[in-house]
Design a protein around this ligand. Structure first.
Ligand SMILES: NCc1[nH]cc(CCC(=O)O)c1CC(=O)O
Length: 329
């Protein structure tokens, strides 16, 4: 790994406590916030006091609307809007996000100050109680002809239907626990979830398998926790630099640059997954598809990890150029 960790000096801390941290209120979001606080207190001993932080759970539009696909209601910005507002109104000092739910362009005055170490980026196939366990070598083989799969992600849906056009898809929303309950109650034969969320919730549903990222390209930023602050808040910037993971920054920069260059309507299934190779290089796979699986374009690009943004932008533009224009209308 060629990228050096920037945490040379332990940052000082000067401002009044507690620092207020904004988060969504779901069990996964709260877990991620505690994970972040654990990291930050290790690097900044002054903040180790239990009263140094105050959690502010914020309900977002994305949390309120539960019955429709994200793509129909306006996409990922919906999980962050109210949290950005709280930051800009100075009701919180920083905010913790699942990076994949964070739009690529931050609103004016807000910056993505820190990306934490990535959890496994892969998606996972979870069979319901009526199905046999999935085979890691051929995860979709366990799904009977015509089976109904629960997901609200056009990205997962398109890649599944591309390989198995016989399957049908039903909208599955809600937090991880809600979706597992729907699966247990037989609302679908199987579902797809991010492995990162399951791991963090210490869930290991029977028969579930992680899917090779070349078969099911994950979402840009999947498995990474990102922290935003006000752009002018140099003190918190400095503090967060100490817990930044340069590897997570490199891969997510490539993935998010890809996403930004594609600039799909949020209805366009887009995947992006980068990894670092041993020699300081970065390999990015990008995907564009039609939600019904009738079109799928996947391509990879490799280059120096220092050029992560350029690699992402170039691959994004190439995928866009070679896809049907109506996908980006
Ligand atoms: N859109 C919901 C969401 N946002 C982040 C995660 C999982 C954790 C992560 O990707 O970091 C999930 C659940 C899922 O997609 O299964």
């Amino acid at each position: 790994m060629a990228l050096a960790h920037p945490a040379a000096a332990v940052p000082q801390h000067r401002r009044p406590l507690p620092l207020r941290v904004g988060t969504r209120g779901s069990p996964l979001a709260l877990w991620q916030t505690r994970y972040f606080l654990d990291r930050v207190t290790r690097f900044c001993p002054v903040l180790r006091d239990a009263k140094a932080f105050e959690e502010h759970a914020i309900t977002t539009s994305g949390d309120r609307i539960q019955d429709r696909k994200l793509a129909e209601i306006g996409g990922k910005g919906l999980f962050a809007k109210e949290i950005h507002e709280a930051l800009l109104d100075r009701r919180v000092d920083f905010a913790v996000h699942s990076l994949k739910d964070l739009e690529t362009e931050m609103p004016p005055g807000i910056v993505l100050a820190c990306t934490l170490t990535r959890e496994d980026a892969r998606d996972c196939l979870l069979p319901g109680p009526a199905l046999p366990a999935c085979d890691p070598a051929d995860p979709f083989a366990a799904l009977p002809q015509g089976a109904v799969i629960g997901t609200s992600s056009v990205r997962r849906q398109s890649q599944l239907l591309y390989r198995r056009p016989d399957l049908r898809v039903t909208t599955f929303r809600g937090n991880v626990q809600t979706r597992l309950r729907k699966l247990a109650e037989g609302e679908a034969a199987a579902t797809l979830l991010a492995l990162a969320g399951l791991r963090r919730m210490e869930l290991d549903p029977p028969g579930s398998v992680a899917i090779d990222p070349e078969i099911m390209v994950p979402a840009a930023g999947q498995g990474i926790v990102g922290v935003t602050v006000r752009a002018d808040d140099t003190e918190l910037h400095e503090l967060l630099a100490a817990i930044e993971d340069p590897e997570a920054r490199a891969v997510s920069s490539a993935e998010r640059a890809l996403l930004a260059a594609l600039d799909g309507s949020c209805r366009t299934p887009i995947g992006g997954h980068a990894r670092l190779l041993p020699n300081g290089r970065l390999r990015l796979t990008g995907l564009v598809a039609r939600a019904d699986g009738s079109f799928l374009l996947k391509r990879s690009e490799e280059g120096s990890a220092r050029d992560a943004v350029r690699i992402g932008a170039e691959l994004g533009h190439a995928l866009r150029r070679d896809s049907p224009a109506d996908l980006f209308a």
